[in-house]
Design a protein around this ligand. Structure first.
Ligand SMILES: [Zn+2]
Length: 162
């Protein structure tokens, strides 16, 4: 192997004492002299700055932790760390994937809010001033929350509220 040249990379890094940092790394580009080598040419990389990375691993981790553990929104974390929304969102997803179990615990009580439950069924109100309206089988905007209650759909006698 021999050094073929140099590449300057400027990965974004964590701020220090509230101020932006400027990280510059002059990486070596290597050339492999082995005949038939599939890579031939490649640049140096370290754990914090993998090949083609434009931000350091610790900045990415800090962004994910700011959202997952620091109660920051993605927008706030992106602004604070000078990053874009999609990059912080991806960092958060990566952070969550590490701390969350692969399969969630089985659900015992399911909460549903701001959604219609059941199929809307329509019937015609014969009074002349009113048109069709929902009659049975659905309630909108209902929250199901308390444990131990009956979660079956409302009986047909109960009028649907709109
Ligand atoms: Zn090689």
């Amino acid at each position: 192997m021999r050094v073929k040249g140099w590449v300057l990379t400027r990965p974004r890094d964590l701020p220090v004492a509230g101020r932006d940092t400027r990280l510059r790394w002059r990486k070596r580009r290597w050339h492999c002299d082995q005949p038939g080598c599939p890579r031939k040419s490649f640049t140096e990389q370290v754990t914090q700055v993998p090949a083609r990375a434009r931000i350091t691993a610790r900045l990415r981790q800090a962004a994910g932790a700011a959202v997952a553990d620091g109660n920051r929104t993605i927008v706030q974390a992106a602004r604070d760390l000078g990053m874009s929304w999609p990059i912080v969102a991806a960092a958060f997803t990566a952070h969550a994937a590490k701390v969350l179990p692969a399969e969630p615990e089985p659900v015992t009580v399911l909460g549903i809010d701001e959604v219609r439950r059941g199929k809307p069924c329509w019937s015609f109100d014969k009074s002349p001033s009113r048109g069709p309206r929902p009659s049975t089988g659905g309630t909108s905007g209902s929250a199901i929350s308390a444990a131990g209650k009956d979660y079956s759909p409302r009986s047909k006698a109960a009028p649907a509220r709109r």
